[in-house]
Design a protein around this ligand. Structure first.
Ligand code: NCD
Length: 305
């Protein structure tokens, strides 16, 4: 039985198979409409989310399965002091697979170690967000046709943004990826990631200004400043509008650069950019459902064998 804790849990060959399955699901949804009949997905969300939770629920419903769960720690027994280990043992009796989001780094791993059903990490604190990464990779592969040979700019809150950390981890396995990290001084990429890139001899640079580097980019990954992970409101207010991608900046970019964003967007992309064909963040949401469908099928299959 397999869990998904980090995007590295799958080899690049396994990811290829997963993405091919996701693309087939996109083309032939009817073929998969009953694939999970009789199966239940539990969504255990200890931290606010609409997109990721609904994406999982939509994925399971499109496969003919059913969903149950909670979307707020206060409405679960965690409020009574129950541990994650106990909760997952109980959930294992109710459902066939579980997607868990938790504000504490590592909580889904603790759950997986005690679980008798597959557990998917749906985001743990500022650490990892593997299903967003699968979504990002599928979007790049579907639109660009490949996952290697890119200059990718990651812009915004690179310190607390877990989607950024997960995506970098996943992309270093492909050839010729050049990272450009664009962030304010206070929100730079964590040292452990810089060390990992140096060890693997991956090309990267760190800059403060988006305008300076945008002409070089094949992909621009925008992120919001992660308000909930700040210790004080003043710092957040000072940094929240540091980057705003607008029409003017888009004019400096290549004609085939694509703009991704895990969403929710706050101010970092001006709405006037939404109509630009290079803005693919709403298409990205659709790929998120297809890739979660492919993931649910793959992990449930790992139980049957
Ligand atoms: C991201 C997250 O939860 O980390 N959102 C998401 O999964 N769609 C990004 C964010 O909240 O900024």
């Amino acid at each position: 039985m397999r869990h998904l804790m980090s995007p590295l849990d799958f080899s690049t060959e396994e990811l290829d198979r997963l993405f091919t399955l996701a693309e087939d699901i996109e083309k032939n949804p009817a073929k998969y409409a009953h694939a999970c009949e009789g199966k239940k997905l539990a969504t255990c969300f200890y931290e606010p989310s609409t997109r990721t939770r609904l994406s999982f629920e939509s994925a399971m419903l499109s496969l003919g399965g059913q969903v149950l769960g909670f979307s707020d720690a206060n409405s679960s027994s965690a409020a009574k002091g129950e541990s994650v280990s106990d909760t997952i043992r109980v959930i294992s009796c109710f459902a066939d697979i579980c997607a868990m989001r938790h504000p504490k780094e590592g909580a889904p791993m603790v759950a997986a170690s005690r679980s008798s059903i597959p557990v998917i990490n749906a985001g743990d604190g500022g650490h990892q967000h593997p299903t967003q990464t699968l979504t990002d990779l599928l979007t790049i592969r579907a639109i660009k046709g490949r996952l290697d040979r890119f200059t990718i700019g990651l812009c915004g809150d690179l310190k607390f943004g877990r989607t950024v950390h997960s995506l970098i981890n996943a992309l270093v396995r492909y050839e010729n990826i050049n990272f450009i990290f664009i962030s304010p001084e206070e929100l730079t990429i964590p040292d452990y990631i810089i060390e990992m890139l140096r060890e693997k001899n991956v090309s990267f640079s760190e800059v403060r200004k988006l305008e300076e580097v945008i002409p070089k980019l094949d992909i621009l990954y925008m992120t919001r400043v992660q308000k909930e992970r700040f210790f004080n409101e003043e710092d957040y207010v000072r940094l929240k509008d540091y980057y705003i991608l607008d029409k003017e900046k888009m004019e400096l970019a290549k004609s085939d650069m694509i703009v991704l964003h895990p969403l929710p967007r706050v101010n970092e992309i001006s709405v006037e950019v939404d109509d630009d064909p290079r803005a693919v963040y709403f298409r990205q949401v659709k790929y998120g459902v297809y890739v979660r469908m492919a993931l649910l099928l793959t992990l449930l299959d790992s139980v049957d064998k």
